[in-house]
Design a protein around this ligand. Structure first.
Ligand code: NAD
Length: 258
């Protein structure tokens, strides 16, 4: 079998959290284009349903929408059960839902800190371990977590200490699970995108005015697109990545190189 065929995901089943829009929508589309059946998992069910319909029409794959708040353990368990029942199994998942709270450390409330850590890091523990338990008991699988270049650098000029700490935690959680499950067929990797043009950046009153400054600092002089994260995620989801576990893939147009 050639490498392109090995990278296909025909017959596989997976889910993407935060899949209704942005990066998650792009990776869900790519997984379905590569042949997988997919669940679009999001707290925003209406948008998730629209996205599922769009991807199903585009690819001809089975695509379902599942409402889930990834910070609530019972929601995540119910979501994984629904995916397994409705798609007929679970081979891979992309734990991608996240938020960014921009607040200086000295004025950040503990509630804001906890919210950012809860949505970005604690949710990844829940998603990975609940999906992982199923995969460990059913022949293995692949888990992809969305970290960020903010796990590697401190972004400027916007203050975001909780976000940066949450994403650094995602990488170390990824590596820890990868080692624990390495001999049992479950691979765990993360992606660390640079600035990507999504609602998180383009529609944020705080962040949108900073885009020109970020572009001035960026070697490529521009934001990335969600589509520029698709190939690495399709690779990680499938069997071509059999020896790839515990790795973090920085896709940032060289932003963190200096
Ligand atoms: P986005 O805001 O466009 O999409 C995030 C999605 O997550 C939304 O559909 C939202 O409804 C969903 N979501 C939020 N909280 C949720 C919850 N509690 N339960 C379930 N779903 C929830 O953001 P995006 O830019 O596509 O970001 C996706 C991921 O990529 C995030 O983890 C983000 O931190 C990370 N990231 C983004 C950038 C960027 O520049 N856009 C860069 C690096 C990393």
């Amino acid at each position: 079998m050639g490498i392109i065929e090995k990278m296909r995901l025909d017959g596989k089943k997976g889910f993407v959290t935060g899949g209704a829009r942005g990066i998650g929508k792009a990776t869900a589309t790519a997984f379905a284009e590569a042949g997988a059946d997919i669940a679009i998992v999001d707290i925003d069910l209406e948008t998730a349903e629209q996205t599922a319909k769009e991807i199903a029409e585009l690819t001809g794959r089975k695509v379902i929408a599942v409402k889930c708040d990834v910070t609530v353990e019972s929601d995540v368990q119910a979501m994984v059960d629904t995916v397994v029942n409705e798609l007929g199994g679970l081979d891979f998942c992309h734990a991608n839902a996240g938020i960014c709270i921009n607040e200086a450390a000295e004025t950040m409330t503990y509630e804001q800190w906890l919210r950012n850590i809860n949505v970005n890091l604690n949710s990844v523990f829940l998603t990975d371990t609940i999906a992982g338990r199923y995969m460990l008991a059913h022949g293995g699988g692949s888990i992809i977590n969305t970290a960020s270049m903010s796990a590697h650098i401190v972004n400027v000029p916007q203050p975001q200490c909780a976000y940066n700490a949450s994403k650094a935690g995602v990488i170390q959680l990824t590596k820890s699970l990868a080692v624990e499950w390495a001999k049992r067929g479950v691979r765990v990797n993360s992606i660390s995108p640079g600035y990507i043009g999504t609602d998180l950046t383009l529609s944020s009153e705080t962040l949108k005015p900073l885009i020109a400054q970020w572009n001035a600092m960026a070697p490529m002089g521009r934001l990335g697109t969600p589509e520029e994260l698709q190939a690495v995620c399709v690779y990680l989801a499938g069997d071509a990545a059999g020896f790839t576990t515990g790795s973090d893939f920085i896709v940032d147009g060289a932003f963190t190189c200096f």
